[in-house]
Design a protein around this ligand. Structure first.
Ligand code: KG4
Ligand code: ZN
Length: 469
């Protein structure tokens, strides 16, 4: 790939250019061309930016927001592509937040069959459907590639084999229609989609991102400037939901998390005494490996040989026991979230007293019990909970398109790739890519975090303080 998908620093000249309302961002609707004036942007890329590598403040971003005319935003149409894990997703979104289409092809059947995401198989499944999913997204929006302004695609974190399928497709579309391309951070997209749903959600805010592979507490200062207050030292909560669901013999075709949430409604959450993880560590990090072990032991000690007996074949007593385990697991898994969020809110308010919201997103945020419990914590602290609807919490193309739109409006995009780029090109993929730098006072002593081959964080790249790998 030529150059990086993200510009390493923001040039004030380009920033000023964007703020100048006399310069249209896109050709007007009347000209029927909705493509941005790429050459205008590209010219400013070559300007020296050494001393200008600052991230704009929240207030200047608000000024930028309002300076971009509503009609300009409406004319911006972005295709978002997501293939970082086990969902192949694409969507078309307007700059004003209007969702024109959203298509998701899930690999739930594969998951149910093999018990987890096998990278090679997931790659093949993505490759099989990616063309269809993207075409469907364009068809549903009643558009063709010619109508697009840019293509946004997840470049990390995730499985490189899977990321590659999406990036390759995005570059083919962008190359064919001469479109700029925006490389998107998957977890940032989970957080930013809350700003599509709630348009008055301004920076700074606190965000809890909970998915199959990540548990993050992030202080979002401004677009591209994040501080990591906490992360998981082993497994993420979604992984714990999925494993517990599998051990309880649930139907994994609807997803482990949703199946477990459903069964937990029948159970007594106080029947089994699991201990809450990491209470002795007064930080904002997470751990779910120990809770998984506790669940496994609870199943074994009750002589529940349920690995191969689906819940549908269980006796009434057996079903009740499984429901009790599900409910007790969920109670403690979420109590761990509650405790860490309470501390994170205290830390965040000390750093940024103007924070008003906790954004909760990622697949596990679609869980109703999680939402209700976190809402109590947030209200107790005088804040507001912002949770995207479930279809925008689990992996989707809308969040990628929207994150692309947000960065595109700040001039952070890559030039259109060549139309005839070879299929075997090397792409800039970032399988292990932190969102922000760790909060110095929040570093855990209980660390088993793997740090090998970690890409410099999104924030450090944008601030230009760290060399790009
Ligand atoms: O964000 P996501 O769709 O994909 C990743 O980036 O990992 O999150 C997927 C995770 C899975 O572990 C899935 O079981 C979990 O989110 N999940 C849920 C629920 N819906 C999805 N967990 C608990 N309750 C749910 N309702
Ligand atoms: Zn995700």
């Amino acid at each position: 790939m030529t150059g990086s998908l993200l510009i390493s620093s923001l040039s004030i000249s380009r920033f000023a250019l964007l703020l100048n309302p006399s310069l249209p961002l896109y050709r007007s609707k009347a000209s029927s061309l909705r493509r941005p004036l790429v050459s205008t942007f590209l010219l400013s890329w070559s300007l020296p930016s050494k001393s200008l590598s600052t991230v704009p403040s929240a207030s200047s971003l608000r000024a930028l927001d309002s300076s971009v005319h509503a009609c300009d935003r409406e004319d911006l149409i972005v295709l978002g592509i997501e293939t970082s894990c086990d969902d192949t997703a694409a969507a078309v979104v307007r700059g004003n937040g209007e969702i024109l289409s959203q298509v998701v092809s899930s690999q739930a059947d594969l998951l149910a069959k093999y018990g987890g995401v096998a990278p090679k198989m997931a790659e093949e499944a993505h490759a099989l459907v990616i063309d269809k999913v993207v075409q469907q997204a364009l068809n549903n929006a009643n558009l063709t590639g010619k109508d697009l302004s840019a293509v946004a695609v997840t470049i990390g974190p995730g499985l490189s084999l899977c990321l590659r399928v999406g990036v390759s497709k995005a570059r083919r579309v962008a190359g064919m229609f001469n479109l700029p391309i925006v490389g998107v951070h998957h977890m940032e997209a989970h957080a930013l989609v809350a700003r599509l749903v709630q348009r008055d959600l301004h920076f700074p805010f606190l965000t809890l991102l909970i998915s199959g592979g990540h548990n993050l507490l992030i202080l979002a200062h401004s677009l591209g400037h994040y501080v990591q207050l906490g992360t998981t030292i082993d497994d993420a909560i979604g992984e714990a939901y999925d494993k517990t669901a599998r051990w309880l013999g649930l139907d994994m075709r609807k997803g482990g998390g949703p199946a477990l949430e459903e069964l937990a409604r029948e159970g007594d959450p106080n029947s089994i005494k699991f201990s809450i993880p990491m209470r002795q560590h007064k930080d904002c990090n997470f751990s779910y490996a120990g809770l998984k072990t506790q669940v496994r032991l609870a199943i074994e000690s009750r002589n529940l040989c349920i690995d191969n007996i689906p819940i549908s074949s269980a006796t009434l007593d057996e079903r009740r026991l499984r429901a009790d385990i599900a409910a007790s697991f969920q109670r403690v898994a979420v109590l761990h979230l509650e405790e860490r969020c309470q501390r994170a809110i205290e830390w965040a308010l000390k750093i940024e007293p103007s924070i008003k919201c906790l954004v909760v997103s990622g697949g596990v945020a679609s869980n109703q019990y999680v939402r209700t419990r976190l809402n109590h914590i947030v209200e107790k602290n005088g804040l507001k909970l912002v949770c995207p609807p479930p279809s925008l919490c689990t992996d989707n193309g809308v969040m990628v398109a929207w994150a692309g739109i947000e960065h595109f409006l700040l001039g952070r995009f890559d030039a259109p790739p060549p139309a005839n780029e070879p299929e075997d090109s090397q792409y800039d993929l970032r399988p292990r890519w932190p969102l922000g730098e760790e909060y110095a006072e929040g570093k855990s002593v209980a660390r088993s975090l793997k740090t090998a081959r970690v890409h410099p964080s999104l924030t450090s790249i944008i601030q230009g303080s760290s060399p790009q790998a």
